[in-house]
Design a protein around this ligand. Structure first.
Ligand SMILES: Nc1ncnc2c1ncn2[C@@H]1O[C@H](COP(=O)(O)OP(=O)(O)OP(=O)(O)O)[C@@H](O)[C@H]1O
Ligand SMILES: [Mg+2]
Length: 286
């Protein structure tokens, strides 16, 4: 067994402990899931105090596809994507009703450990947020916490693989000890993607990952997303219509907290069914 296989075996053991099926947590809508679905949101409502932010959403996220969430500012995109790995749990007055099932298991069940859930469902944010430590240590951060390597050689392998997957290896392989803040913005964002990939998530959530980047870096992140979907399921929030049209398999249009239209790309761009979707796509709605 080589190093990567040993690492993967340990991780799959830990992950299977995260979401072991039981009568308590098994989703009531499990039987309705199609084989290609990884996540299913059913009658999902989210509130911040009295403010009703997501309204009765039903949406599935398909395996190894890119699902794009789009819609005007404030419509609830970040809230939606953050509920998929329980990042809103600590937000004051956050309340969720309905259900989110990952592989048929309700992720909000008491038995699910949110920290271990985040190993399976990783997140990349709008602004690159590397830690002010070395490039190497940024990528090794998650694997260290979760004890994913037995020795330095295994950790070196994990770091290299994640940087290669994030299309950054060639640019940083000779300066792994340099501070991550010495990288350009585009490189920092790919480093954050490498950091998320280092714990081998199955699903990656990306909230406007390229909106703070120059066109060249945006193109790189875009290419990377298409490459990553060979192994991973991606959920992407973007305001960039061209980016959505280029990478999306499925598009969900959110307006005022409601899901107005869901469809395959390019259908939704070429032939939107709702006027509000058409207005947004054509830039008449911001
Ligand atoms: N922590 C919070 N506490 C209270 N209200 C919040 C919180 N986070 C977001 N909201 C509110 O929830 C609504 C949806 O916000 P969200 O950040 O999900 O929108 P968005 O679609 O991601 O917007 P943008 O495109 O500007 O990023 C907004 O009205 C916002 O003010
Ligand atoms: Mg947002």
């Amino acid at each position: 067994m080589d190093l990567m296989e040993a690492q993967q075996e340990r991780m799959s053991k830990e992950k299977s402990e995260t979401l072991e099926r039981s009568d308590e947590n098994t989703s009531s809508i499990n039987s309705q899931m199609s084989p290609g679905d990884r996540i299913r949101m059913s009658s999902l409502n989210v509130y911040y105090g009295n403010s009703h932010v997501l309204k009765d959403l039903n949406l599935t996220i398909e395996d190894r596809k890119i699902t794009v969430i789009m819609g005007p500012s404030g419509c609830g995109k970040s809230t939606l994507i953050r509920t998929l790995n329980r990042m809103n749990d600590t937000v004051h007055a956050f309340k969720l009703t309905g259900e989110i099932a990952l592989d048929g298991i309700n992720i909000y069940s008491k038995e699910v450990n949110p920290t271990l859930l985040k190993l399976r469902v990783g997140m990349v944010f709008q602004k690159p947020n590397p830690f002010p430590i070395s490039i190497y240590d940024n990528v090794a951060f998650g694997p260290k916490i979760h004890k994913l390597s037995k020795n330095r050689a295994e950790m070196d392998e994990i770091v290299m693989q994640a940087l290669k997957q994030a299309a950054l290896w060639e640019e940083v392989k000779d300066r792994l000890k340099a501070n991550a803040l010495s990288l350009s913005g585009g490189q920092q964002q790919r480093l954050c993607i490498a950091r998320a990939l280092a714990v081998r998530p199955e699903i990656l959530l990306l909230d406007e990952p390229a909106s703070a980047l120059d066109p060249g870096s945006t193109a790189k992140v875009q290419e990377l997303m298409v490459e990553l979907k060979k192994d991973l399921t991606l959920v992407l929030v973007t305001h960039n219509m061209q980016q959505a049209a280029t990478v999306a398999n499925k598009v969900a249009f959110l307006y005022n907290g409601s899901l107005v239209e869901v469809g395959q790309s390019p259908d939704i761009f070429e032939n939107p069914q709702k006027k509000v979707t058409e207005d947004y796509i054509s830039g008449r709605l911001t």
